[in-house]
Ligand binder design. Structure first.
Ligand SMILES: [Zn+2]
Ligand SMILES: [Zn+2]
Length: 142
């Protein structure tokens, strides 16, 4: 997908604009969770004069197209990342780091929720677990 973002945008019915392409590249390149402002700072180097509101609109369009997913931590601004589906997050209250649980943990979460919810078919889980990451709790050296 990263190979030809233009084509992917068109396939999903989106007009290809330099902003959209550049924003997606920044998110995909970072591999992490960025706020709209962080994206804006990265992108405005290549596209001077770009408004933050345009970045928000482009991000929304990319989300609608299923190229980007947004998540809402309990505090702070929305976070965006180059991933197609919503998923759970672990947020560290010490350093503000945002992490993904292991795939296995995510799979079991979906399974357990379905099992104990009277046949409810869980399709996606976008909960946020707040705690302290292993680096901040000092359990991981270095
Ligand atoms: Zn931390
Ligand atoms: Zn994520």
């Amino acid at each position: 997908m990263a190979g030809n973002i233009d084509e992917t945008l068109r396939e999903r019915g989106l007009r290809v604009t330099p902003q959209r392409v550049r924003i997606w590249e920044v998110l995909a390149g970072s591999g992490g969770h960025l706020t709209a402002e962080e994206v804006w700072r990265e992108v405005s180097g290549a596209l001077p004069g770009l408004e933050l509101s345009t970045v928000y609109r482009s991000l929304d369009a990319l989300c609608d197209a299923g190229l980007v997913v947004e998540s809402r931590p309990p505090e702070g601004p929305r976070l965006f990342e180059a991933r197609g589906e919503r998923h759970p997050h672990l947020v560290c209250r010490e350093c503000g780091g945002v992490f993904h649980p292991e795939r296995e943990a995510e799979r079991r979460l979906v399974e357990v929720l379905g099992e104990v919810s009277g046949g409810f078919e869980v399709e996606e889980v976008h909960l946020v677990a707040v705690g302290v990451c292993s680096r901040c709790s000092g359990e991981e050296a270095g």
